[in-house]
Design a protein around this ligand. Structure first.
Ligand code: MRU
Length: 367
């Protein structure tokens, strides 16, 4: 996608070197900084401290992280042991997004038994590249399927823009390219369908007001930032036509884990008969789980993210405390929206109802 008119992905590598490049998302929207990652420890920090974030991107980061591990392990006595240890470390950086484990497992699948170390490194390099490309391709497909939903609404109300509400950032910054929830928006915009996006600010890390708003601005998509509590009011007054959210882990039954606060939006959408879609590549579906509320691990992050606020002042970026010194906070990163509140799931294979039968009809190999 475009940054100041130039095409970027969120992660890329320099061929034949130990250098992976990422956009340091902590600095957006105020600074656009490229960070160089040269070791698996640096990659673990980048994932845990959210230089990179979003389900698809942390998956791709883990895949490239495995390439760094393979190069680092080259001189180690126990090459395979080194790979396995680092894989566990990468998987533990963020517990909710299943793409992380999926990516690491995919890399191991590519390593066929009996190969020499040099051959393993080449296999991992190719697998990491394939993984990143597949993430981008899946998101592009999601855009095509989701745009059809926007087009339907446009046919009904052609005299005004289609109003879409989204929570957090499930745009291209959360993946390798295109995004999940925002891919349909970009595709509709490209087709000339007038769209307007309500952007939930998404406290505490403000992925909405910082990242989604920035992405949309870069692509010239009309949007308005709202505080997280505004969505219900807009829905009651006919100002939202459809909701698109992403997912960090979805069960085979259609329960959707996404950024904290998504559940409340789904409840309000249900109460107001507004379609609520969750978009995700199939790498986000955890085929082992059926009961999202009780089985999906929910990441708990540092309370400082809630107690403080980060933004731009006249003196540059700064962090200010917004609560009494004595107050404690709790910081759950995600919640689970039960399938009954989800109108549909958009994957690279099309739009399905949020239930096991419909999802499996698209993915019969998982039956
Ligand atoms: O904590 P983050 O920023 O990594 O959370 C991920 C998200 O941005 C959202 O939950 C998103 O809607 C789904 S990830 C594509």
């Amino acid at each position: 996608m475009k940054v100041n008119g130039k095409d970027y992905r969120t992660i890329w590598r320099e061929p034949d070197s130990n250098k992976i490049f990422i956009i340091d998302q902590r600095q957006l929207p105020f600074d656009f900084l490229i960070e160089e990652i040269t070791s698996v420890d640096e990659m673990c920090t980048a994932i845990a401290d959210m230089h990179v974030r979003g389900a698809g991107l942390i998956g791709a980061s883990a895949a490239y992280g495995m390439l760094l591990v393979a190069r680092e392990a080259f001189t180690a006595v126990d090459f395979n042991g080194h790979l396995k240890k680092a894989a566990e470390k990468l998987k533990a950086t963020r517990p909710t997004a299943v793409n992380l484990a999926f990516a690491v497992d995919k890399i191991f699948e590519a390593v066929k038994p009996g190969l020499r170390k040099e051959e393993i490194v080449v296999q991992i390099e190719e697998a990491a590249e394939r993984f990143a490309n597949a993430d981008a391709d899946m998101c592009r497909q999601i855009g095509l399927y989701g745009a059809a939903l926007i087009e339907e609404i446009h046919k009904k109300y052609s005299e005004r823009p289609v109003n879409i509400l989204t929570h957090c950032n499930a745009g291209w910054l959360a993946f390798v390219d295109y995004g999940s929830a925002l891919a349909p928006v970009y595709e509709a915009h490209r087709r000339g369908i007038p769209v307007h996006v309500w952007v939930d600010e998404t406290r505490p890390r403000n992925q909405g007001s910082k990242l989604t708003a920035w992405e949309l601005a870069m692509e010239g998509v009309p949007h308005t930032v709202i505080v997280d509590n505004t969505g219900g009011h807009l829905m009651q007054h006919g100002m939202v036509d459809i909701c698109f959210v992403g997912s960090d882990r979805t069960t085979r039954t259609g329960d959707v884990a996404n950024k904290i606060g998504t559940y409340l939006k789904a409840l309000a959408a249900k109460d107001n008969n507004i379609p609520f879609y969750a978009a995700m590549p199939s790498s986000t579906i955890d085929w082992n789980l059926r009961d999202g509320i009780n089985e999906i691990p929910i990441e708990e992050r540092n309370q400082d993210e809630v107690l403080c606020f980060e933004g731009l002042s006249e003196n540059g970026q700064m962090r200010v405390r917004i609560t009494p010194e004595e107050s404690q906070a709790v910081n759950y990163g995600f919640d689970v929206t039960p399938a009954r509140l989800v109108t549909g799931i958009i994957t690279e294979r099309g739009v399905t109802e949020a239930n096991e039968e419909s999802i499996l009809a698209r993915f019969p190999e998982k039956s």
